[in-house]
Design a binder for this molecule. Structure first.
Ligand SMILES: Cc1ncc(COP(=O)(O)O)c(C=O)c1O
Length: 387
């Protein structure tokens, strides 16, 4: 067996749409990017969307748009990819790292309340919907993450790199906070090769992001080289960035978007198989999913190897690799990364749940192309190793 950690699915209109782009004579941002932006907004029910070239760019544009500045403090989970925190450093602001819940890897309302109490000047939170499960955005006590942010007047930026299509209640992620950022990197639930999307219901944030994603130019000039009568004159109203998405990538993204729910369901079927076959094995904690399985995008299936297991996490990964099964780790926490650890003098004891996750976490393969025979083999191998 040779089962990689990730395999890509390109089963839809990718080649058709790419052919259209190649034949159009224009490769960078134009009608396909704008169509992708529009269709994505329609899918999640967002008022405004802005397509960009990565989730990292989206996060950078988001914190810039809400006015984050030098020395501002912003809450960020330590259990995330560096993008969630690095974009603050681009602006001279400081991430304040926060622990997460052991069961889900998410920031809960209780954790957020505590973090705000300990950091009264925090301007915003960058909330990560870890693995594809939504954090508790709202609840019947009026004490969800959205409510807490509103009450404390802090901006809610969502890092939804894992969370498309993800729901909380009957609404998609991308319709809750001030600004939500999605990723279409190659291993994500849908991909455009590289790519990202911003979603917001705030027209001021949307306008700022649309300007800053292309050099700070004051109006759309996508077509200035292709249409004889397009408006050639423009002004620069800020030191913007080069974060636009080329149509080549948008063509792939658009085709993937059409199959997003089909792919999500296939991933869910893998998760259901794991839940059934790996239940009650000593030495494993399975991921905890609070809402219906249908609400989760299932970007990750992270199990935890516990101290009672016969092998350590690292040994487990090595034996799985020896038996032809690729795995991954999400994440070595940012408080353990050289740059953040030394810049902010961080102590692992301040992140007990994240530490417990980090000691044991292993992400199993989960993707639409994973075959039943492969799932059977993965589960059998895990049982062999641990029992
Ligand atoms: C939680 C999280 N945030 C942000 C990113 C960055 O995404 P991108 O590669 O599209 O910039 C990733 C990528 O893996 C991620 O996992």
């Amino acid at each position: 067996m040779n089962i990689p950690y990730s395999r890509i699915s390109l089963d839809g209109n990718e080649i058709n749409y790419l052919r259209e782009v190649l034949k159009s004579g224009w490769l960078t941002t134009s009608s396909k990017a704008l169509e992708f932006e529009k269709q994505f907004a329609k899918f999640i029910g967002a008022q405004y969307t802005c397509v960009v070239n990565s989730c990292t760019s989206a996060l950078h544009l988001a914190v810039e748009a809400i006015g984050i500045k030098k020395d501002d403090k912003v809450l960020v989970p330590s259990l995330t990819f560096t993008s969630s925190a690095e974009v603050l450093r681009y602006l001279g602001a400081d991430p304040v790292f926060v622990d997460v819940e052991y069961e889900t890897g998410l920031i809960s309302p209780a954790i957020l309340e505590k973090a705000i109490r300990s950091n009264p000047g925090a301007k915003a939170i960058i909330l990560v919907h870890y693995g594809g499960q939504a954090a508790e955005m709202v609840n019947s006590y009026g004490n969800g993450i959205v409510d807490i942010c509103k009450r404390n007047k802090i901006h809610l930026i969502e890092d939804a790199a894992h969370a498309f299509p993800t729901k909380f209640g009957d609404k998609f992620i991308g319709t809750f906070g001030d600004i939500t950022c999605f990723s279409f990197y190659a291993n994500k639930t849908i991909t455009s090769g590289e790519g990202g999307m911003v979603a917001t219901s705030n027209p001021t944030f949307c306008d700022r992001i649309k300007i800053m994603r292309l050099h700070g130019i004051n109006h759309d000039v996508w077509d200035r080289f292709t249409h004889n009568h397009s408006k050639w004159e423009y002004d620069i109203i800020g030191p913007g960035y080069k974060y636009n998405m080329p149509d080549i990538n948008a063509a792939i993204g658009l085709a993937q978007l059409e199959l997003a729910e089909f792919y999500r369901l296939k991933r869910q079927k893998c998760a259901e198989f794991y839940f059934e076959k790996l239940d009650n094995i000593k030495g494993i904690d399975l991921p905890v999913c609070y809402g219906p399985l249908e609400y989760n995008s299932w970007h990750l299936f992270p199990i935890k190897i516990t101290p009672e297991a016969r092998v350590s996490r690292n040994e487990f990964i090595r034996i799985m690799a020896d038996r032809g099964i690729g795995t991954s780790v999400h994440y070595k926490p940012l408080h353990r990364m050289y740059y953040y650890k030394n810049t902010y003098n961080l102590n692992p004891d301040d992140f007990p749940n994240t530490e417990k996750i980090w000691q044991g976490t292993v992400s199993l393969p989960i993707y639409p192309k994973l075959k039943k025979s492969e799932l059977v083999y993965i589960c059998k191998t895990i049982k062999d190793i641990l029992t």
